[in-house]
Design a protein around this ligand. Sequence first.
Ligand SMILES: C[S@@+](CC[C@H](N)C(=O)[O-])C[C@H]1O[C@@H](n2cnc3c(N)ncnc32)[C@H](O)[C@@H]1O
Length: 272
Amino acid sequence: MTYRLFEAKDHASIYQRYRFTPPDELKNIILQYLDKKKGRPHVLAVDLGCGTGQNSRLMSPHFQEVVGIDISEHQLEEARAVPGYPNITYRKGTAEELPFPDASVDLLTAASAAHWFHQSRFLAEAGRVLKPLGCMALLGFSDHDTTLRYQDCGERLRHIYDEVKQVLLPYTSSQVAVADGKLEELYSAIPFPDKERVEGIKVNSSISVRNLVGFIESFSMFQAYKKKDPQSAEDLLLSTQKRFLEEMGVTSPDTEIEQELDYFCVLASKPQ
Ligand SMILES: C[S@@+](CC[C@H](N)C(=O)[O-])C[C@H]1O[C@@H](n2cnc3c(N)ncnc32)[C@H](O)[C@@H]1O
């Protein structure tokens, strides 16, 4: 089964605006792993489930060529509209059937995406296209462990965030739990003996109330809710923003909250 929860045009533009670029700490971990296992040159990186291209752009300075692959044409259109990355090509396709010859890819990445793939078909395809000693890096963050801070009301803000997720629970795909579980099962299923899981990469940043609400809007479960009941979904966003601002005692949605995300990465290297 292919999950098609990111297809709508307006969902893609929300993605472009509100999704996070993976942190440099994680990028460095991935590149150091690739250097240690396979070494240079870094010729081709393929970013699977690239969405609007945040992770593809992060990889672009480090490879001769980056190809972003996604099943959603609207996501790819948004990615292609970002100027200044001449070595990136975006192609429509699936992680389970990759348009590359055997043993041709140095690095396969998937940022907040591998939980949507068909596990065994994706792993077989990764084994086929990776060069000997080539690597895969499946990264993401577990939203269970996101911390919010603003003066003394961080826990109450997190409580509001959890209540929103509770409203969206009936619209939440079981695959989201796979990501929150840091890809445990997928990690176990990787057939390469050389693999590791890096966890607890805590990344702090500021996010405005407006953008935090935008991030909620980007959730696949929010979009499923909106499809079923557009008015209630719109009301949920408005009331959530209002509740955040009231709790913080401010009026501007540009007010920044400190956010700590808990990133992880599954790393594996194909045998020689
Ligand atoms: C949660 S988004 C992540 C997008 C981006 N990598 C990021 O970090 O923001 C997941 C993306 O995976 C894509 N996707 C889902 N299943 C896929 C599959 N089987 N093959 C390729 N892409 C897929 C979706 O269209 C969506 O754009």
